[in-house]
Structure formats: structure tokens, C-alpha cells
Design a protein around this ligand. Structure first.
Ligand SMILES: *[C@@H]1O[C@H](CO)[C@@H](O)[C@H](O)[C@H]1NC(C)=O
Ligand SMILES: *[C@@H]1O[C@H](CO)[C@@H](O)[C@H](O)[C@H]1NC(C)=O
Ligand SMILES: *[C@@H]1O[C@H](CO)[C@@H](O)[C@H](O)[C@H]1NC(C)=O
Ligand SMILES: *[C@@H]1O[C@H](CO)[C@@H](O)[C@H](O)[C@H]1NC(C)=O
Ligand SMILES: *[C@@H]1O[C@H](CO)[C@@H](O)[C@H](O)[C@H]1NC(C)=O
Length: 256
């Protein structure tokens, strides 16, 4: 689909008139939007003089006029879209603001060229609801000298429409790797001191949200106990010595 468009564009640059005849597009361009956000219908804009630019809406086989671009102005002809449409690139790019679920439809761009040829581009808009923020629960942490085993459970509130869930992981400085599409994962780490991030991702084609946990916050490796040792030294060795020194100084002051 994309390659076809760029091939057409190349042809356009060499033989403009050829494209204008054959530039009909069959399958609509897929556009995903998010509720209350905005979306733009964009395509390869032709740098040719345009006579007329009209936007239409196709709903259950019927065609409705949406807007017309005239004298550098977009005239909105459908009250449902009042104050929600903006045009650019000579009217050939349309932006819809404050998206509603019912805006999911097929949109049609009709460009009439100077030579009266009409080029049509279809856009299939699907508006999605935002996905909820996933929640991670850590269970059954078993820490031994060489192993750290635990279970992670990722969930989303059941009363909101959600997308698909997946687990990704990465080590410090590396990219994310796909792990699994299951919501519950059992992790067994052997002698692993690197800090690993485990990320639960919830997404639909319009939105995505994630939550992470870090292995160092779950597992206690011998390396981390070293830090505890220094705290232990501070508390039980350095502090008493300081107190003793102060006591000696005070005693010296009293007796001299
Ligand atoms: C979308 O906007 C409407 C009206 O402003 C508001 O009631 C609703 O909560 C919003 N929904 C989301 C998911 O942002
Ligand atoms: C528009 O997109 C939706 C969601 O992907 C799909 O279900 C529908 O069949 C598409 N319609 C057309 C006319 O391509
Ligand atoms: C889902 O349920 C929770 C509590 O059970 C409630 O606070 C929240 O508003 C609900 N969300 C929706 C979208 O109904
Ligand atoms: C952790 O899991 C591994 C692999 O499942 C197992 O061999 C090992 O005994 C487990 N360690 C502990 C401390 O339970
Ligand atoms: C996770 O969410 C944060 C903040 O919302 C975002 O910056 C980050 O790109 C997301 N990560 C992934 C892998 O989607």
C-alpha cells in the first residue's frame, strides 16, 4: 500500500498527467485516533493547481458533505463538525479536533484539478478510547544466595474497555525485548546482578500506557548486602567510638 503510493509519486514527478488519470485509490488509508484528541488526514499532496477541494463523509453507504475549501477558507457544511475542523496544504489536509467515538467513518477527499480531472482519496478513521494504566503486583518472592524467583501479575480495571496486554523487558542501556502476551509471568533469575526492567504495556491502535518494575527493587543480591554492611559499620562501630571520644573529652575538661 505504502510502496504503491510512493511509486505513484515517482511517476507523478516525471509524468504528471499520467497519474491524474490512474491516481484512483482503491483501499482507504487507515487512520487511528484517540477520543478527545485530534487527528489529521494526510497524503502525498500534489504540487499542481487545484480547482476545487471537497471533503465528504460516507456513513452506511450514504455520502454527506463535510466541508469545502474555497478562497483559502474551509467552509464547514456539517453541524456535527462545527468548530472541530481545520484545513492546511490548500485544503488537502484535514484535521479533526475533539474526536468523538461516532466520528469513526470513511472520509473522502475529492480534488478537482485544473483540467477537470478528479482525484479521490479515502480515509478510514477509527476512534479509540484511551487504555487504562496497568497495575503490577509482585508475589511469591523467593530469594536465595543464587536464585531470585518471583511472580508478576499485570492487570487493568475490568470495567473499562482495554487493549491488548504484553510484557517487555530490558537490561540497563539496552532496548526493550518482547517477553510474552500473558498477564502473569514467573521469573527465575540465577546469579543475575544486572538490573532488569520488566514493563507491562497495554495498548490499542490509538493509545498505549505502561508500568514497570525493577529487579533490584524485588531481589536482594549479595552485592546489595555490601551496602547494608557499611550501614551496620556506621551504626555499631563508628558511632560508639565517637560517643566514647566525646565522653573522654568531657571528662578531661572536668578534671583539668
Ligand atoms: C472527553 O471529553 C468529555 C467532554 O469534555 C469528557 O466528559 C470525557 O471525560 C473525556 N474523556 C476522556 C477519556 O478524556
Ligand atoms: C475501517 O477500519 C475498521 C477498523 O480497523 C475496519 O473494521 C473496517 O472494516 C474498515 N472499513 C473500511 C471500509 O475499510
Ligand atoms: C470502575 O470501577 C471503579 C471502582 O470499582 C470506579 O471508581 C471507576 O469510576 C469505574 N470506571 C468506569 C469507567 O466506570
Ligand atoms: C527458582 O527457580 C528455579 C527454576 O524454576 C529453580 O531451579 C530453583 O530451585 C528456584 N529457587 C528457589 C530458591 O526456589
Ligand atoms: C512508558 O510510559 C512512559 C510515560 O508514559 C513513556 O515515556 C514511555 O515511552 C513508555 N514506554 C514504552 C516502552 O512504551
Amino acid at each position: 500500500m505504502h510502496r504503491k503510493m510512493s511509486e505513484e509519486l515517482t511517476i507523478l514527478l516525471m509524468l504528471p498527467s499520467l497519474l491524474l488519470v490512474s491516481g484512483r485509490q482503491e483501499a482507504p488509508l487507515q487512520v487511528n485516533g484517540l477520543l478527545n484528541q485530534s487527528v489529521s488526514f494526510q497524503h502525498h499532496v500534489q504540487r499542481v493547481p487545484l480547482k476545487r477541494v471537497v471533503w465528504e463523509l460516507e456513513h452506511h453507504g450514504d455520502t454527506f458533505k463535510l466541508a469545502e475549501y474555497k478562497d483559502f477558507n474551509l467552509i464547514i457544511q456539517n453541524s456535527r463538525f462545527a468548530n472541530r475542523l481545520e484545513a492546511s496544504d490548500g485544503g488537502t489536509t484535514l484535521r479533526i479536533r475533539d474526536l468523538r467515538m461516532e466520528d469513526s467513518d470513511v472520509y473522502k477527499l475529492l480534488i478537482t484539478l485544473r483540467n477537470a480531472d478528479i482525484k479521490t482519496v479515502y480515509f478510514n478513521l477509527t476512534v479509540y478510547e484511551p487504555v487504562p494504566l496497568p497495575d503490577i503486583k509482585t508475589e511469591g518472592v523467593i530469594n536465595s544466595k543464587t536464585w531470585c524467583n518471583f511472580t508478576l501479575h499485570c492487570s487493568v480495571p475490568s470495567n473499562v474497555s482495554s487493549g491488548s496486554l504484553s510484557w517487555l523487558y530490558r537490561y540497563k542501556g539496552a532496548g526493550y525485548q518482547h517477553y510474552t502476551g500473558r498477564s502473569t509471568v514467573e521469573i527465575s533469575l540465577h546469579n543475575r546482578a544486572d538490573n532488569m526492567e520488566l514493563l507491562c504495556l497495554v495498548q490499542n491502535p490509538g493509545d498505549k500506557k505502561n508500568q514497570s518494575v525493577y529487579v533490584h527493587d524485588i531481589c536482594h543480591y549479595p552485592m546489595l548486602i555490601v551496602t547494608d554492611n557499611t550501614r551496620w559499620i556506621k551504626q555499631y562501630v563508628i558511632l560508639p567510638i565517637l560517643v566514647l571520644l566525646i565522653l573522654i573529652l568531657v571528662l578531661i575538661k572536668i578534671y583539668i
